[in-house]
Design a protein around this ligand. Structure first.
Ligand code: CP
Length: 314
């Protein structure tokens, strides 16, 4: 039984297979419409979500399966004090696979230790968000044709941004990826990512504060929201929240073939004017998120080659 707790739980080869499967699904999702007949996914969301929860649910429904779960801890027995360990023992009796989002870092890992079904980390505190990373990798690969040889700027809340931590951890495995880390000093990347991931893999990276100066060299700009829910002080959040606002003037500084990604939700960090720019890829990214989660469900359930056996690489 496999779980997905960190983006590194899939090898580079397994990831390539999964992205190939997601691409095959994207060409004709209806081919996969009955592969999960009779299967159920449990979506256990102890924190708010729109995209991740609903895209997992859409993914399972698209595959012919069904969905159960909760969208807030207050409507579950967590509100009565039930532990994650007990909850997952129970859910294992009801579902075939489970996607869990939790405010505590490591909660999905705890669940995996007590589970009889595959657990997918759908975001744990400020730690990791591996399925957003699968979405981001598919988006980059579909738009650029490759996950090698490009410069990515990651901008905004790099301290608490779990999507950024997961994406960096995954991209260091590809060739010639340069990282431009754009943040105010208060929201710089955590030491464990700088030292244990970027430096440990001899990556080319710089930490800067100015978005305008960074723009001309970027092939991908990955914008992030300053997350109110992760701040201890409201004053500090208010001081930081509009530090970066990507608008048409800043877009004019970027390459004609640069793409803008954002895990969403956005607040003010991308002006709505940018939505009409052909380089704005964040809504395409949302669509890729459904295909890649369909591919992940099939992979973790061992059903990934049922429709297209040629996707079983040697
Ligand atoms: N990108 C993402 O995780 O969005 P949600 O919080 O809406 O799931």
């Amino acid at each position: 039984m496999r779980h997905l707790l960190s983006p590194l739980d899939l090898s580079v080869d397994e990831l390539a297979r999964l992205l190939d499967l997601a691409r095959d699904i994207s060409k004709d999702p209806s081919k996969y419409g009955h592969v999960c007949d009779g299967k159920k996914i449990a979506t256990l969301f102890y924190e708010p979500s729109t995209r991740t929860r609903l895209s997992f649910e859409a993914a399972m429904i698209n595959l012919g399966g069904q969905v159960l779960g909760f969208s807030e801890a207050s409507s579950s027995s967590a509100s009565k004090g039930e532990s994650v360990a007990d909850t997952i023992r129970v859910i294992s009796c009801y579902a075939d696979i489970c996607a869990m989002r939790h405010p505590k870092e490591g909660a999905p890992m705890v669940a995996s230790e007590y589970s009889h079904i595959p657990i997918i980390n759908a975001g744990d505190g400020g730690h990791q968000h591996p399925t957003q990373t699968l979405t981001d990798l598919m988006t980059i690969r579909e738009l650029r044709g490759s996950l090698d040889n490009f410069t990515i700027g990651l901008c905004g809340d790099l301290k608490f941004g779990r999507t950024v931590h997961s994406l960096i951890s995954s991209l260091v495995r590809y060739k010639n990826v340069k990282f431009v880390l754009i943040s105010p000093k208060e929201l710089r990347i955590p030491d464990y990512i700088r030292d244990d991931v970027l430096k440990a893999n001899n990556c080319d990276f710089v930490e800067v504060e100015n978005l305008e100066q960074a723009m001309p060299e970027l092939d991908i700009l990955y914008m992030t929201r300053v997350q109110r829910e992760r701040f201890f002080s409201e004053d500090e959040y208010l001081r930081m929240k509009d530090f970066y606002i990507l608008d048409e003037d800043k877009m004019a500084l970027g390459k004609p073939d640069m793409y803008v990604l954002h895990p969403l939700p956005r607040v003010n960090e991308i002006s709505v004017d940018v939505d009409n720019d052909d380089r704005a890829a964040y809504f395409k990214q949302v669509q890729f998120g459904v295909y890649v989660r369909m591919a992940l469900i099939l992979t973790l359930l061992g059903l990934d080659t049922v429709v297209n056996p040629s996707l079983a690489h040697v």
